[in-house]
Design a binder for this molecule. Structure first.
Ligand code: ADP
Ligand code: MG
Length: 691
């Protein structure tokens, strides 16, 4: 139950003066539905106002002038602005308004009255003007014009000044809250109290106060991270407390391992060991295995499924797309069948009698391993004894979907696979409620992918080289990026490129994109996989997981539009076979510094974990690149790059608090509960709910 002290903050924004049913939706868009959300809206910049003489008026600056109203100049035509001429001893300045302000302005600011005015100065030739002045006050009130004013990210229809007022009102409603932070830590950091930090947030004195490193911002970021870490730690404890079947390492899995044409890498052995320790613990597993594409995650998962099958129990492996599900199936089915583990594929395309037969095999337990897509969530899919659910690219699934799969058995062990490596410093944030295994070692014998960048002006040369390579039997991906936000435009761009390449290279060119019918996609993928297509033009549908070992060339058009993590993922499609592979990053010059840095990093390394760290370092303000995509929570105050140090501290703190006082019953525990309610991170969200 929400503590009473927070009630004023959890009132709807209509509790603020000036917010009625009309304005509330605007406030919701800018901040959120609650008074708390308005309070939490951090200023993104500030206006500094300086008192000046009119002759010192500077284009684009916000200044304050002490003037006398000199004349009212009503517009000759309705499309023209209403203007007031004002002056000080150094010159004239015009105040202007569009639309019907006349009589009212004349009454309020008669000729001869002295006014303090402020607003952004515009210069037209020699004429100085302020359109829609922020302030026009009687001269005695000049001190009421704030010399520094925070600017909030607002939304159309809600003037910035109205929003500022609402924020101040929300601040006035903010109570003093009991201190939840450890007093010694607070003193060491020299942070203000929560209430004081909120006040400072909304009263920046300089740009420094807006920076993530200012004490108020750090305090608030820490509060937020602590609330989140507490929720994660609680969730993890709940997960752990659930009894689950003990699944020991099996002879069957050993047999399967013996049949593999390679031996496991050190990282695979370690990860499999971690997995097996969970499976054998009698408690429910919640683990994620992170590793680059090709690092051997599927193989590890397959061995765990063999352990489960050895007990007569079932596993489900779920992939976000049809193509991926099919590929997983192809990778593991023969292997598992070879040791007598019946494996089936269930996708949305299974219909009629074939589907019924598969459902029956799942329900009877005859199918020990089921690979599939979202189709696995459907109510008709019933398992006999589901004990292990494996989710590939878990961030592509919603919490409720994961829960539904888990609900298809009792105390189902959960394993996630992710090809989007998260830097270690962020693991706690993204996967705080999971145990993490890292496949940070590639299977031996892979040749590095030669990576180069070139401007699009050299596209013709690139096509020439491609022609030669394809003539020599090579196969290539050609990736066309997201154009704007529209799938349709993407498709058009890909179609245009495919046509141009067909002109240049003949009919060895194929095209695949998100709008193709599933069967058509399969047909094209199969043709490419079998070598009947030389160049596969694709939108980013090939991004995750697609395995065509024969393909050795990756061309990425408009590489500057992709984030580092995404480029890395795309490049990971090649370099999987024995041939030397190459990746060409075509970019539209000029490159931004960040884009240039991204390409340099890609040329230097293929280590996904290292690339993820660099990605984090390069991240500019607000640019989340791969992070959001990988389930990074939407923090209000915390910045994953700038507050990295606080992340670790908050995680430790959360653990300590819960170890000492699991029920949060002590005085500090009660304060901590207030914190949790304040931020609303719900402990009950369940498995890996960070996304
Ligand atoms: P991921 O799922 O991480 O992309 P996979 O498990 O699909 O990786 O493995 C990628 C490819 O590497 C597969 O063809 C697999 O057979 C092969 N592979 C996996 N582990 C090893 C290993 N230890 N040594 C050699 N090849 C391996
Ligand atoms: Mg894989």
């Amino acid at each position: 139950m929400r503590p009473e002290i927070l009630f004023p903050l959890f009132a709807p924004s209509t509790a603020l003066k000036g917010v009625g049913p009309k304005v509330a939706p605007l406030v919701e868009r800018a901040a959120g539905p609650l008074v708390r959300d308005v309070l939490f809206l951090a200023p993104q910049s500030l206006i500094e106002r300086r008192l000046a003489k009119v002759e010192e008026a500077r284009e684009g600056e916000v200044q304050i002038f002490a003037v006398t109203i000199d004349a009212h100049l009503p517009p000759g035509r309705s499309s023209h602005p209403y203007r007031i001429r004002a002056a000080d001893e150094t010159g004239f300045i015009f105040l202007s308004w569009f639309k019907g302000y006349g009589p009212h302005l004349l009454r309020q600011h008669p000729v001869g009255s002295q006014r303090a005015i402020s607003g952004k100065v515009e210069l037209f030739n020699i004429e100085r003007q302020i359109a829609h002045a922020d302030y026009i006050l009687p001269i005695e009130q000049i001190a009421e014009i704030p010399p520094i004013e925070p600017v909030y990210p607002t939304t159309a229809g809600l003037p910035p000044r109205s929003l500022s007022k609402l924020v101040l009102e929300a601040l006035a409603k903010a109570p003093d809250l009991p201190e939840w932070q450890d007093p010694a830590w607070l003193a060491k950091q020299q942070w203000p109290s929560w209430r004081e930090a909120m006040a400072q947030l909304h009263a920046p004195q300089s740009l420094y106060d807006l920076a993530p490193l200012s004490p108020a911002r750090r305090r608030l970021a820490y509060d937020e991270l602590l609330a989140h870490q507490l929720a994660m730690a609680q969730r993890k404890a709940v997960n752990r407390s659930e009894a689950a079947p003990v699944i020991p390492p099996s002879a069957l899995a050993a047999q399967l391992e013996g049949k593999l044409p390679f031996s496991l890498t050190g990282a695979q052995i370690r990860s499999l060991g971690e997995l097996r320790a969970d499976l054998g613990s009698g408690q429910r597993m919640s683990r994620i295995v992170q590793g680059d594409v090709g690092s051997g995650k599927t193989v590890v998962a397959m061995l765990a499924m063999a352990d489960v099958a050895a007990l007569g129990r079932q596993s489900a492996l779920m992939a976000p797309t049809e193509i991926l599900a099919r590929q997983h199936f192809e990778t593991i089915a023969d292997n598992l069948e070879s040791i007598g583990v019946s494996t089936i594929l269930l996708t949305g395309r299974d219909k009629g009698a074939a589907r019924s037969a598969k459902l029956a095999a799942i329900a009877s337990g005859e199918a020990r391993v089921v690979v599939g897509t979202h189709a696995l969530f459907q109510d008709e899919v019933r398992f006999d004894a589901l004990s292990l659910a494996i989710i590939d690219e878990q961030h592509r699934f919603g919490v409720s979907e994961r829960r539904r799969l888990q609900g298809k058995g009792e105390a189902v062990h959960m394993l996630a696979l992710s090809a989007t490596p998260i830097p270690r410093t962020l693991e706690l944030t993204v996967f705080g409620d999971l145990d993490v295994s890292r496949l940070d070692e590639k299977p031996p014998g892979r040749k590095p992918v030669i990576t180069n960048a070139a401007p699009t002006t050299r596209l013709d040369q690139a096509v020439e080289r491609l022609r030669a390579a394809v003539a020599g039997g090579a196969q290539a991906f050609w990736i066309c990026p997201l154009v704007a936000e529209s799938d349709l435009l993407d498709v058009t761009a890909a179609e245009v490129r495919a046509a141009a390449l067909t002109d240049a290279l003949g009919d060895a060119v194929g095209l695949i994109h998100g709008k193709l019918a599933p069967a058509e996609k399969d047909r094209v993928m199969a043709a490419f996989a079998e070598g009947r297509i030389g160049v596969l033009v694709a939108t980013t549908v090939v991004e995750v997981g697609v395995n065509v070992p024969r393909a050795s060339i990756m061309v990425i058009e408009h590489a500057e539009r992709f984030g580092l993590a995404q480029l890395h993922q795309l490049r990971g499609r090649v370099g999987r076979g024995s041939a030397q592979s190459a990746c060409l990053l075509l970019y539209d010059p000029p490159l931004s510094q960040t884009a240039q840095a991204r390409m340099e990093i890609l040329r230097e390394t293929e280590d996904g974990f290292l690339i993820a760290e660099k990605d984090l370092e390069l991240r500019g303000g607000g640019d989340l690149m791969g992070l959001k995509q990988s389930g990074f929570p939407a923090y209000r105050f915390a910045d994953p790059a700038a507050h990295r140090d606080l992340l670790m501290a908050a995680a430790d703190d959360a653990r300590l608090i819960l170890a000492r006082d699991p029920a949060l019953a002590s005085l500090r525990g009660k304060a901590v509960q207030v914190l949790q309610h304040l931020f609303d991170w719900r402990a009950a969200e369940g498995w890996a709910a960070a996304g």
